[in-house]
Each structure stands twice: as C-alpha cells, then as structure tokens.
Design a protein around this ligand. Structure first.
Ligand SMILES: *Cc1c(COP(=O)(O)O)cnc(C)c1O
Ligand SMILES: [Zn+2]
Length: 419
C-alpha cells in the first residue's frame, strides 16, 4: 500500500552509499549508516492537511520511515499527548512549557515502542524470524511485547541489575530473556557477536539504522501538535544518544519536504544522570571526545550507557543547535519525578526525573530563556521504576474505620497539594 522513498543507507562519516541491507556500519571507516530518502519525491506527494487527516499514530509520517510495504508491527504505536504544562511551567519559571508524554506510549509505556515497530517491521521485510536486543530495560520490554504480537521469536540480553518491573515486563511475553553479570556495554558487545554468529536481527545492532528512524516520529508529532511549528527549545534524555540526533534529523527532514516552513532553529539540550554522563561531560568541557564511563552508577538505569554509540553525533547536534547539556544526581532525579507528578499528574520513570531536573538547571543557568517555548521529552513510565521512590514518598497512614480517627488525622496533617 504505502510506497518506499528510501534511496538506501549512507555513511554518516564519509557519505558513501550502501543498498538496503541489515548492515549498520561502513567497512571503509566503521562509520554508522543512516537511512537516506528521496526528499523531493516525498515533498511532492504529501501535505500538512493530508497528514492531519490520518489516524493519530506514528505511521502518519510513514513516507519518512524506512518500510517498503505496509508496516506489519506496531501499527498503533505513537500519537501520544503533547500536554501544555502550565503548573510545572510556573514551578520552573518558564512561560510556555509542554510535555511530550511518551510515558503512555502503546504497548509498553516508553518511546522505545516507536523504534521497535520500525525495526521489527523491517526485520519481517528482510525475512528474519528471530529478533533480539541489548537493552537497559525499556527496549527489552518493547521488543518482547511487539515480537510476541508479531509472531517472531525473541532473544533479549540485559544487565543483571535492572529494576524488577523491567525484568518481569519482559519475561511475561514469553521471550528468551538472559541477564548478564556485567554492564550494558559488555552486554552490547556480546550481542554484536551473537547477531553475526546466529544471523538474528538485533534491533539496535545490525538493524540500528532502521530502528533509529522510529525516534523521529516523536519530534514530528510535536511539530504537528504545535500547529506545524517547532518549539524554541527541546530537553532530551540521552542514553546512547540516538533519540537526540533524531530530534535534529526530524526537524531538518520536515523542512526539506515542506512540512515546516522555517529553517529549523530549535535549541536541542541534552540530559543525562551524573552517575553516567559521558555526553554531557564532553559538552560542558567543550570537547568532542566522548570519554566512556567504565562503571555507571545511577538510579536512571534506562540511561546508563557508559560508551554511547551516538555520543559524538549527539554532542555535535547539541552544539550546532545552540543548545547545552547538564546532568542530574540521584537526589535531583527523585525530586524531578515528584515535581512532575505533583504539578501535572504525570508519573515518569527515572529518565523523566533527569529531564525535568536538567530543564530546571538550564533555566537557572540562563541556557534556556524563560520566555521561550520549551518541550520536555518524557520517555518512560514511573510504574516501572518505583524502587527508587520508597524512601522519598510518604507511606500512607493506616487508621481504624472511624470518623474520629479520620478527624484526628486530618487535623494534624496538611491535605493541600505541596506545590
Ligand atoms: C532508551 C531511552 C532513552 C534514550 O535513548 P537513546 O539511546 O539516547 O536513544 C531515553 N529515555 C528512556 C526512558 C529510554 O528507555
Ligand atoms: Zn564511511
């Protein structure tokens, strides 16, 4: 049904072209490959009005996704709310604030459903019957769920110390989950060997060029939801640095195909946890050399990638856009989660705490202007990372079922919201 506008894959270092294959690097310089489209043809075939009329899911941007036929996996992913966050805006001191809420993405409550639906649809086109991933948690959940729904076998490798909800939220789908006694970077290296040895489609390894394209739809939805306008600032959480690169690519492509009138000028800011901050550290030190973090130590496990695959490109996107980067301590992360919950009624995971807390710092530092529009990318759901909150959140009192007991309780405690 849908046509493909993909010309092929292109090396992000030397620009050399490669055919559409399950291959993620250029043998000449080991540069990562990226999907390249025929933008002129796309520009002629789509319009804002046409896209506005399509169902609210990520496939409304299918011309800019690398699937040749109709997508077969994740047909309902995306279309998440863009919330005008006035109460959080007031607390942070910024006049026009929005939350792109991928904490409620279908089906596994993180933005990873976007990348996985593209990677698995493409894996089916290539004829694979087994898929897999190296994951810090959310990707594992999404590959497992989407593979089950698509009738694909899945083999998933994660660091052993992940949150219990992310482990259970993978096993429940009946996929082969293997916990590795090591860091994410060690898991990732092992998966590279497995992918080539067994000939499976690892979504973030040999399928990475296709996979990463799914992230663009988060930004494309934001632009459509703002009435085909880009915000002046984004704050984006970073693990491997893929999502933040695709914020930039999405804006450029929308302009190139005529869906965004102005040349993109959004400042793109990056956020990491202080216990694993290879990209923000490079930006803050004014260097383009990413120094890997050997042993990440943070409650934001979803972002704990010590040697980020797209780290170099991520710092480049941040710098070229006029953005900046900051990181958040474990204490800041918990505060960020609570502030978002208490002001907007949105329960985000630790990565969301990182984003909120970094936005606050960048506003305080004057890196983000308080009178400019700002979109925070909230990428995962708090129900999966409750463990870090047990000390911070008050335990509710237990009382006998009597009015007397209720009265004596409410007369000594404040019931009003704290923010
Ligand atoms: C994976 C992930 C990210 C960022 O991932 P990149 O590797 O930088 O694309 C952000 N937030 C959450 C919750 C994630 O799971
Ligand atoms: Zn190359």
């Amino acid at each position: 049904m849908s046509e493909s506008w993909v010309r092929g894959l292109k090396c992000r270092v030397c620009g050399k072209f490669y055919p559409k294959e399950p291959n993620n690097f250029c043998p000449d310089d080991f540069g990562p490959l990226e999907v390249d489209y025929n933008y002129d043809a796309i520009a002629e075939s789509i319009s804002k009005e046409q896209i506005d009329r399509r169902p609210d899911n990520m496939w409304k941007f299918r011309e800019l996704l690398p699937i040749d036929g109709t997508p077969t996996v994740g047909s309902q992913v995306g279309g998440t709310p863009l919330v005008k966050a006035d109460r959080l805006g007031k607390a942070l001191g910024v006049s026009e604030l929005y939350i792109k809420n991928d904490a409620v993405n279908f089906p596994t409550l993180s933005f990873k459903d976007r990348v996985v639906s593209v990677a698995l649809s493409k894996a089916k086109e290539f004829g694979f019957d087994t898929v897999g991933c190296a994951s810090t948690g959310n990707l594992a959940n999404s590959v497992a769920a989407n593979a089950s729904a698509a009738g694909l076998n899945s083999c998933i490798l994660v660091p052993a110390d992940l949150e219990p909800a992310k482990i259970l939220g993978t096993s429940i789908f009946g996929s082969r989950l293997i916990r590795i006694d090591g860091t994410y970077d060690q898991v990732n290296r092992l998966c590279t060997q497995i992918a080539f040895r067994y000939g499976w489609a690892f979504v973030n390894i040999n399928m990475r060029a296709y996979y990463a394209e799914g992230s663009k739809t988060l930004t494309m939805e934001v632009v459509e939801q703002l009435g085909w306008k880009a915000p002046q600032n984004f704050v984006v959480p970073m693990a491997g640095g893929s999502l933040i690169c695709k914020v930039d690519k999405a804006l450029r492509e929308l302009h190139q195909v005529g869906l965004l009138d102005n040349i993109p000028a959004s400042k793109i800011h990056g956020a990491q946890a202080s216990g694993c901050s290879p990209i923000t550290t490079a930006v803050k030190n004014g260097t383009d050399t990413i120094r890997p973090v050997r042993k990440p130590d943070t409650i934001a496990k979803s972002l704990a990638i010590g040697d980020p695959a797209d780290g170099f490109f991520a710092q480049q996107v941040i710098r070229n856009s006029g953005g900046w980067a900051e990181d958040a301590s474990d204490e800041d992360i918990v505060e960020g989660i609570q502030l978002l919950a208490e002001t907007e009624g949105i329960f985000a995971e630790t990565a969301g705490g990182v984003t909120v807390s970094v936005a606050r710092k960048l506003l305080e530092q004057g890196r983000i202007n308080r009178d400019e529009s700002l979109v925070l990318c909230i990428t995962g759901n708090g129900l999966k990372t409750q463990d870090c909150l047990t000390d911070a959140v008050n335990q509710a009192e237990v009382i006998p079922p009597s009015l007397e007991a209720f009265e004596s309780l409410v007369e000594t405690k404040e019931l009003a919201p704290t923010v």
